[in-house]
Every structure is written in C-alpha cells, then in structure tokens.
Design a protein around this ligand. Sequence first.
Ligand code: MOS
Length: 751
Amino acid sequence: MKQIRKGKVVYEGFEFEITAVFDEADERLPAWEADAELAIVGNPVPRIDGAKRVTGAARFTVDVQLPRMLHAAVLRSPVANGTVEGLDLEAARRAPGVRAVIGPDEAIGEGASPLTRTPEFVGEPIAVLAAETLPQARAALALLAPRIDALPFEVDLESGLRAQRFTSDPVESVRGEPNAYASGGDVRVELELATQFHIQSPLEPHAAVADWQQDELTVWISTQGVFGVRSELAQRFGLPAAGVRVIAEFIGGGFGSKVDAGTEGILAAELSRRARRPVSLIFTRHEELLAGGHRASTRQRIRLAARRDGTLVASEFDALIGMGARGGGLMPMVHAPAVSAYRSENAHAMRFPVKLNLRPVNAFRAPGFVEGTTGYEQAIDELAAALELDPLELRRRAHADRDQGADKPYSAKSLLACYERAAELSQWEQRDRLRDGAHEDGLLRGLGCATQLWFGSSQPCAATVSIGADGIVTVVTGAQDIGTGAFTIAQMVAAEELGLPLDRVRVVGGDTRPNVHGPTSGGSITTASITPAVRAAAASARRALLDLAGQSFEIAPEDLVLRDGRIRSADHALDADYTDLTRTFGNMAVTGEGARTLPSQDYSVQTWGCQIAQVAVDPGLGRVIVEHVWAVHDVGRIINPLTASSQAEGGILQGVGYALMEERVIDPTTGAPTNASLDDYKVPTMADTPAMTVEFINLPDPIASNTGAKGLGEPPIIPTAAAIANAFAHATGRRATALPLTPARVLEALA
Ligand code: MOS
C-alpha cells in the first residue's frame, strides 16, 4: 500500500521538511549488506552514454536547434552599483531581426524579475532581447545605449565588515563553553588566512532553449534539477506543473551553479512567450565567468586549544564571508569542519556574511566545506606541530566516535581506515626523509594530509522499470546525469536486482514528461537517492515477472528466481530464458515502480575521507607542483568503481586549481572582475594534473540506503587544497596566509 510521509532531509547542511510517497514494499526491501553476493554492482562499468559523449552524438542544451528558433542576448551592467537613467528599448525593437525586447520595469510572471534598473554588481542583467540571429541580437544590444549613474560600491571584505554591510545577521554556533579557548588546554594555536572567489567553470555554459506553445512550455536547460526547474517555472508563469516540460538529457557540468532555472531559464521562457517562437539563451564564456557564479571568498581566524595528549578543548572558527550583492546566496557552512570534523569538548564559530557589490555567491561543489576545511585543517597541522605530534596521529586521537553536534551516533564511519590506508599508500612515515633528502632538481618536497567530512544525504526519488516483449528493460528516473555517470549506476542497479545482463537495460532520465520524480543533483545526494528507488522499482518488476512465470509454468512464484537472465525453479526442474516468458507479452510491458523512502532520523549519516598530497616547491620561481595525491574515501558501497574514481579525480583536480591558481580578481577601482575569461582565469589542465591514487573503503552503509551507497560528488574536492597547503608547509617550513599558492604568494611566504 502507498503511504505519504513527511520527514527531514539535509541538503548541503540546510534542513528541509519534505514529503515522500512510497510503497510499503519499498520499505520492506532489505538493504544489500556487506556480504551480499552481487554480480554487477561493484564492478567497473563504462558509462552507458560514453560513446555518445565522445563522438559528439550527445545533444547538450547548447546543441539544441529548433525550427524558427530565436537567439537571445543579455544587456549586463558595466558598473558595480548604479541606476539606469535611460535605456533605448525602442531603438532595439526597431533593429533588424529583433522579435522581442524586455526591459527592467516589465513583469516576468510572478516574483522578482531577473532584470534590474538598479544593478548591484558588474554583470547583473538589465535587459534582454531575442533576434533571428545571434549577430543581430548582439548588434541590437548596442542600440540599448544605457545611461547609468554610477554609485559608490564595496568589494572589500574588511571594509565591508567595518561598514557592517551584512546580507543577513551574523550567525553564532556554540557547543559547550563559548570562551573555552581563553582558559582551556595546555597548548594554543591561532591561524589567520584568506581564501578566494572560485568559479565553477562548467564545460557547458549556462544555457536554456524555451519553446512556449499555447499553454505548454518546453524548456531544454543545462540544469542539475529538471523537476526543480519545472516547479520554479510553473509557479512563476502560473502554469500547472504538467504544463511545463523540462529536458536535460546531457549536461556539461554544473558544480552547484545550475541548481535552479536561472536567469537563462526564466528569460528564455518569457522571450518565447512574447515572441511565440522558440528562444535560445546561451551564456558566452565571458558571461559564464562574469555572472555564472562562484564560491564565496573568506577571511578566517581559527583558534585551537588542546591538552598535551592532543585532546581538543576548544575549537574556534570566525569567518568573514564574501556573500555578494542583494541577499547573497545561502550562507556557506564554512564553520562545519571546525565544529564537526573532530571530537572537541567545546566548539564556537561566528560567521559574518558580508554584502559586497559582486555577484551573489552560489553553490560550488561542497560549498563552505572546501573553504572551511582549507583553513581548519591547516590549523590542525599547526596544533600538531605545537604538540610535537605527527599530524595524522593528532587526527586519529581527535577522532569523533559520535556526532557531537547532532547528538546522534554515526550510521557508519571508517575514517580511521581512511587514515591508515592513505598513510600506507603515500609512505607517510617516510615524509620527513622525503623533506630532508637532497633532490637533484633543487626542489623542496613535502607531504601533507587533510580530513574530509561531508553529508551522506538523500532525498525522495521515484523510478519505474518496465520489461518489454523483447526482454529489454527501460528504467525511468527523474534524476539527470550531470556528467557523473548517474544513469550508468541506475542501469547497474536495475540489472543487478533483476538478475539480467547489463546490456538488456536502458535508462531514460533528465526529462520531466514521464512524471517520475527525481531530486536535484546537488549535495552529493544522487546516488543515495536514485539507487534505492531504481532497486525498489526493479524488485517490483521482478516480482510481477515471476508472478507471470508462476502462472505460465504452473509453479509457485516464491519457488522461482530470476538470475543471469534465466528463470529457475527451486527444484531445478525449470530453467528457462526469461525471454521465453516476455515474448508472450505482445505489445505490452510489465512495469514496476519504486521509490526511495525517507532517510533515517536516528543517525547522523556522513561521508569521510583522507587525502595526502606530495608537493615540490621551486624556491627560486615560487612554483608549487602537486606531484601526487592519494585519496581514500569512505562513502559507503561503491556501485561503480570506474565512475567513482573519475569523480574523485575530477574533484582532486578542481582542488588543485583552488590551491594553486584559480582566483577571481576584482579591480578595486571599478568593482569589475579583471579575469572573466579562460585566458586569464586559470583552471588546471593536463600539465597540472598530479598523479592520483584513489581508493574507497567500500563498506555499505545500510542505514543510508538500501544499496548501502552514499554520494561522492563533493567529498573528493573537500580536503585537496588543505592537504596541498599542509604539504607546502611541510616542505618549506612556512605557511602562506592566502590561497591560491601563486608564485607571488609563495615567494612572499618564503622571504
Ligand atoms: Mo551542490 S555544490 O549543487 O552539490
């Protein structure tokens, strides 16, 4: 019987009340425990859509071409703060090829328009138009000729703090005694450092193609959440949810910057409504770097007090957070590692969300945790030095066996095993020998470690599995594959549960039309959300199939199993190919449905890991080379070790970029980003890629999901920069006070 339940889910640290609809059968399905015999899950499987991706056959939103499609261009603010006094919308309307123009004073459905007459950051949209061709659209933009009164602006964190410019009230988090640092412990350390704005840089820019026909809106959009976009657009435009179809079959990455309809989705839809034509709105690479989003910048002060044996008495963390303009985005959980990563008698954190004339922050892969871990894990290393303890040994001693903040037991935690394996792989005990040895190339070398903490969250999710007369299975998931391999693990889990070969299973997703709900792929929830739903749907389809087999072979269904594509009876009298049964279906199919149940409220479900980095530092040129990163993570059961390793490698590489080169630079005289291009904003390339060794503890967490799997999107990026910074300190004996470790900062630290 179906049930409707309400419960709490955690998404990137924020708690939401949510409704789940599922069947009692979904709840009864026992989890795959550690000793489960699995034929497909746990084996490396190439992506289901790999060939389409590498041959260019995959259709991304930027590839969508519709008959009579118009092309949009956005007028963006050239000033960091100002008022638009004049705008020649009429001139643009008269321009060749122009079919729709929207100014800042016009309503766009319900809610605030993404266009503004009073821009608060460089790049904020003021007007938008659509024309027959992109060159015509761009030419018409110039005719808008905005006259703007520039106003004073603020782009500096410290002076923003002095002026008490906050996007919301500062937030204090206390566990135990707030002033424990002042009085407690035998040893105290204090560390201050700055972290930079960090741009998501997805390969595919923000893009949407909207086609509004009568009262039906179809939107192709590069998004992390088709159902979220559907709700948002339906609500804004007063349409029933079923009147909006959102499609994102292939997505060229989002990294947190594509969790909603965005300006691209809203503006493309409104332009299409007005022009009665399909409209494509694609950010240029410059727009992507200017206005696509970024991770918040921070100034952090960390203070730790410990007893001689390493027991943490006080963990204090204060941060200024560069939130950007207007309300900023969600305040990043920069303090979380300081209050949750280790056992500490007392913890105290303050977060000051500073309002700046910059684009509001949005999510970027482990928002807050990357920033917080980068500072906090360096302070832990400083404490280890002050205690004359090995940094990994201090971390072992500070291990938290229970979630102190939530006051709940952990569902599963193999962090100590991560430390042990990472130390073994990297030959950690040889680290001082590496540092002190003579290197022919004249470089300084060192090893550093850091701990990873992140949520093991999940959300309600549905799936259907149907088996046709040809024996081909179609899995429908409402989730989208943002480039992680999510559809491949859906395929694997369905094949496993059905007992069929992998090549019999196809996956349909990234489309709201079948109305099979999937959550937004953010917060590393996708695997823990879709795999239990797909498994439940496959189990339901298998039951239906065996019921039919029981009828046609006159055997009780409970005496039948489906395995390796064969339907067998307990007494081995029957051993038939499953297609002997399915081919009798005619044009019909047998369909099972399933859903993810609500996550456990009794346990703290988290993911863990340890990364160790080896760096080489050129003391003459100030260059840091990351030579090797060893990553060992505990994210529950690994469904597909191949795509899991890819996730880890991508996360590590983004962490290398954050540690060494990526930084949004703001001109203090204009408030404009000076490096809004991939020429000037450096992301790591092949030549910057370190050797990587990735391993997983691979123990199922049956409380997290019935597959025992948790998410892996964010964990790998979290500790990388901290491990690199700690390796830099180990190699050089100096600590840089700001990221990224560019040659200028390195030379300054070494001076
Ligand atoms: Mo969130 S950065 O979309 O996983």
